[in-house]
Design a protein around this ligand. Structure first.
Ligand code: SF4
Length: 266
């Protein structure tokens, strides 16, 4: 039995794969996306934060810890609480993050144990991980939700902290092996919602015959703003002045023309 560091468990989730699911959010991510909705997920260790909140005229100092270590037995007990709902709805368990592949030992043990319990398993990954990690979890993973954020490599590096070569390499290998992949493209104003990026996404998917089982367009929203404040982390989305560009609807219409089943939302 091993342990993993998580920062949340969401029960009755309906956007992280088919049916009703329990989504386990593993802490730690190798990327640094400007628009990240879960900035508390990035550091691999639990983080203590102190912030002020107002209660009427009263300023209250509040302490909070993001993340905790959990042994895999306890986590399995938590997951199995909703087994009946999974069975009734065709749902299961999703491991998200952060980047779940960065806790590969714990993740592969959990996926293996979930499969032994007959659960449908999904991982939600940014794809920036050694191929060996993906290969290790593939036998126990029914569905891979795979992020494709920017096709232009320089912009990818600028807005996520890493180049996209490894992500594209891994995606091609997964598709070549007929893994069940659903792509996710966050449409982020001022970052990737340009006509040029849309053309690149389209060309990449067409040229490489990368037609996924489904493609989800994830609209950007600013709900994480107060998390950045609590963490005292820089919210770089506030620095982006010009936020015009293509809409999620524009992306949906354009990508649907190449025969992809496109949905808006997770
Ligand atoms: S890959 Fe996901 S979790 Fe990691 S920084 Fe980017 S948006 Fe956040």
């Amino acid at each position: 039995m091993s342990s993993v560091t998580i920062f949340d468990i969401k029960r009755f989730a309906i956007h992280d794969g088919p049916g009703i699911r329990t989504t386990v959010f593993l802490k730690g991510c190798p990327m640094d996306c400007w628009w990240c909705h879960n900035p508390e997920s990035r550091k691999s260790e639990p983080e203590k934060v102190t912030y002020n909140r107002m209660l009427g005229d009263l300023k209250l100092e509040t302490k909070q810890v993001y993340g905790k270590k959990m042994d895999t037995d306890t986590l399995m007990e938590e997951i199995l609480k909703d087994k009946l709902f999974f069975e009734e709805s065709g749902g299961g368990v999703t491991f998200s993050g952060g980047e779940p592949l960065y806790q590969i030992e714990g993740l592969s043990e959990l996926l293996n144990r979930c499969k032994k319990q007959g659960l449908h398993t999904t991982i939600d990954t940014c794809g920036y991980a050694p191929w060996a990690s993906l290969e290790m979890v593939l036998p126990f993973t029914d569905l891979i939700l795979y992020d494709l954020k920017l096709m232009d490599s320089r912009s990818h590096k600028k807005f996520t902290g890493v180049k996209n070569d490894l992500i594209i390499h891994n995606l091609k290998k997964l598709m070549a092996q007929n893994a069940r992949v659903e792509l996710r493209i966050p449409v982020v104003p001022g970052i990737n919602n340009s006509a040029e990026e849309l053309t690149r996404f389209k060309a990449f998917l067409q040229e490489n015959s990368m037609i996924p089982h489904k493609l989800h367009l994830l609209p950007y929203h600013s709900i994480a703003d107060n998390k950045y404040e609590k963490l005292r982390a820089k919210n770089r989305m506030k620095d982006i002045g010009q936020k015009e560009g293509l809409t999620v609807h524009d992306f949906k219409c354009a990508l649907a023309t190449i025969g992809i089943d496109v949905e808006t939302g997770g």
